[in-house]
Write a protein that binds this ligand. Structure first.
Ligand code: IPM
Ligand code: MN
Length: 367
């Protein structure tokens, strides 16, 4: 009996469509090799959807996602839509509602700097002789992003605006369990990042982390205040294994980490909902980098982040772990063999400088 799955494909704007094309070619190849099939429903999102129908997340896009086993997302946004009201802007108007609608509370953002790519990192190379591999687990559907009340009004004759950072204990518990489980599958060290010296929500966060730690005795848990964590990350990114933190802190920390890793073009991400029976998740998978409008349409964008996002989809939402591992190994081999898109090139004579399609070709040859 052949295994078959449904994927919603939301390529979006900027480099999204061109890197998505390559990720889908890689999917074709692993389907053939590992004997499963996917049915892909391509839908508009972000600026592309605004242009087509006036909304960054049209109902038919949401419907296609609802009928899928997982969402492969490209990237959204660009100068053309920057002046729209916030709720209509591609990033906010599409990403936040998708996360909320599907309850995608666990955002996994790997920050990996391969030993052969340390030159691309802004961190002094003597600090990261072997590169690093940090996983940021960010809470994605709570905290100050969504907390109520939120608003703007007049008080004492002037305008005030406010947001609420609020967490239910159960929200903290579930994201901590995801992070402990992730740490269990790798270096077994978890750093919980908070601001418990100031924020009530962080005091609850820290207490809850200590409680959940009892379920995972094999994992070493420590705590850092977010300001200190930001510094330690600059000092020694390779001293971290897994970080877990609330929504806004995670937004900032994961960008810091992504920058250190050298190229956004290399980093995938997963946004997962509650684990289902059988261990799989409904999830949305997207490159950590943005739509990069400055290089869109030139055929030079690095497709690896999108290709690795497809691998994460295979692992977490489709249960095709072998195919995922094969893609990851092929990507690593391609980098080892010296293939470089512009974002990770040094100009060294040994490098093979390639564009989007050639990079994917090289990965396909190694699959
Ligand atoms: C991200 C983005 C989004 C966020 C924005 C576009 C709403 O920065 O995915 O990190 O803040 O979560
Ligand atoms: Mn962000």
């Amino acid at each position: 009996m052949s295994r078959s799955y449904r994927i919603a494909v939301l390529a979006g704007d900027g480099i999204g469509p061109e890197v998505m094309t390559e990720a889908l070619r890689v999917l074709d190849a692993v389907e053939e090799k590992f004997g499963f099939t996917t049915t892909r429903e391509a839908k508009n999102v972000g600026g592309a959807a605004l242009d087509a129908s006036g909304h960054p997340l049209p109902p038919d896009t949401v419907a296609a996602c609802e009928q899928s086993d997982g969402i492969l997302f490209g990237s959204v946004g660009g100068p053309k839509w920057e002046t729209l009201p916030p709720d209509l802007q591609p990033e906010r108007g599409a990403l936040l509602p998708l996360r909320k609608h599907f309850g995608l509370f666990a955002n996994l953002r790997p920050g990996v700097c391969l030993p052969s790519l340390t030159h691309a990192s802004p961190v002094k190379n003597e600090l990261i002789p072997n590169g690093f591999d940090v996983l940021c687990v960010r809470e994605l559907t709570g905290g100050i992003y969504f907390g109520q009340p939120k608003g703007r009004e007049e008080r004492d004759g002037e305008v005030v605006a406010f947001d609420t950072m609020i967490y239910r204990k159960s929200e903290i518990e579930r994201i901590l369990r995801v992070a402990f489980t992730a740490a269990g599958g790798r270096g077994k060290r978890l750093v919980s990042v908070d601001k418990a010296n100031v924020l009530a929500s962080s005091v609850l966060w820290r207490e809850t982390a200590n409680e959940i730690a009892k379920e995972f005795p094999e994992i070493e848990l420590s705590h850092l205040y977010v300001d200190n964590a930001a510094m330690q990350l600059v000092r020694r990114p390779d001293s971290f294994d897994v970080l877990v933190t609330e929504n806004l802190f995670g937004d900032i920390m994961s960008d810091e980490m992504a920058m250190f890793s050298g190229s956004l073009g290399m980093l995938p991400s997963a946004s997962l909902g509650q684990q289902k029976e059988g261990g799989l998740y409904f999830g949305m998978y997207e490159p950590s980098g943005g739509s990069a409008p400055d290089i869109a349409g030139k055929g030079i964008a690095n497709p690896i982040a999108q290709i690795l996002s497809a691998a994460m989809l295979l692992r977490f939402s489709l249960g095709e772990a072998e195919a995922a591992a094969a893609i990851e190994a092929a990507v690593a081999k391609t980098i080892d063999d010296g293939y470089r898109t512009g974002d990770i090139a040094t100009g060294a004579a040994s490098e093979k400088k390639v564009g989007t399609k050639e990079m994917a070709d090289a990965i396909l040859e190694r699959l």
